[in-house]
Design a protein around this ligand. Sequence first.
Ligand SMILES: Cc1ncc(COP(=O)(O)O)c(C=O)c1O
Length: 432
Amino acid sequence: MEKLAILGGQPAVTINKEFRWPAISEDIVEAVAEMVRKGELSDTEYGDATRLLEEAWAKFLGVDFALSRVDGTAALHSACFAAGAGPGDEVIVQSYTWVASVGCIMAAGAVPVFADIDPRTYTLDPADVERRITPRTRAILPVHLWGHPTEMDAIMDIARRHGLKVIEDASHAHGGAYKGRKVGTIGDIGCFSMQASKSLPAGEGGMMVTSDRRLFERALLLAQSPGRLKLHIQLEEHRPFVDTGFGGFKYRINILNAVIARMLLPKLEERNAIRQRNMDRLSAGLAGVTGIGPAYTAPDVTRGGFYGFPILYKPEELDGLPMETFLRAVNAEGVPLKRDRYPMLHLCAMYRRQNPLGAGWPWSFSDATRAVTYQPGDLPVTESVYPRLLHIESWDKAEPSEDLFEQYAEGIRKVVDNARALRAAGVIPTGV
Ligand SMILES: Cc1ncc(COP(=O)(O)O)c(C=O)c1O
């Protein structure tokens, strides 16, 4: 058996390429430089940079309205507001996600209600969603976590039966599809992040899409300068607000980011194809390896975004080898495997109970809502899966190299094969 790198052997990964996010080509650099030279730095009205980006997104997804935002968080807040989630309302969401999927609900003044996840896809479990519906539920917010689409037929069926809005958080899943339909277009509203680590890395930026004019206009009213409101507000119920800029927030995208995003959008499918190929290589290399569960993809979906490749660690199959020891050994082989970095929000101080910071925080409408609190054990699947989740993130790195992802699989396999030797060597976990 080959000696583990952590015990003095040679690392399995020999290809050592610099990480290359984001893929900003020279034409993009030049386009941005030209705008800076000309002093085009802010889009106070509704200029070409913003308009062209939104038109391109609407066309790409086949929706009526694409509203660019300063970031994905702002897109989600706009969506919650547009959907009418406010004081006294509840929105159902998963606990295992980036905090923006949940904070946006609080920012709108509503209460996040956490539901459990599917143990294979780590996305919302529709059956648990249905159990958590109350008369106060206003919306469901499925997150297509790590690029895997949520079970949308079931979510939409529940939503329609109970009269709820659906806001998709597709920040990890650009270009993904559920039964042939692009994510972000299945619910009432779809939201995307274009932050620098995403598959459409504009630097910072977000997109909210919908085909419902009323929702689009409400999102504009929350956070847009009057110039654009005059251009786009048509519905009688919204007209009185046009002159004042109503919501007072300013969520428009920075136009330099808008230009980057527009120029990267046509490359998204190609970049997704590279990531898919890398993921396929890694999955093939890890098939049947004891002790780990590589990312699962349901047969009727297409992953998008490829924001990460989750791996479930199963110490019970490896003589109880502690996960930290496993990780140290895998890292020593040159594989960039990490612990999952999202917390379980239902057990964090900010979300465990209502109004944790006192009056003034949006989630302070406790008199209008039932008390919603959480304790360990409330979300059994999330709590069992999350502490054992690991990640590889570098999807674009292997682009010209055919072998990097095979080498990652080899490094993991090597540690699994040597689990007993590793345990016997007494490598000390360091709390990675
Ligand atoms: C699932 C999810 N939703 C929303 C966001 C928020 O996006 P942004 O960082 O652009 O505000 C992120 C960001 O990482 C995310 O991962």
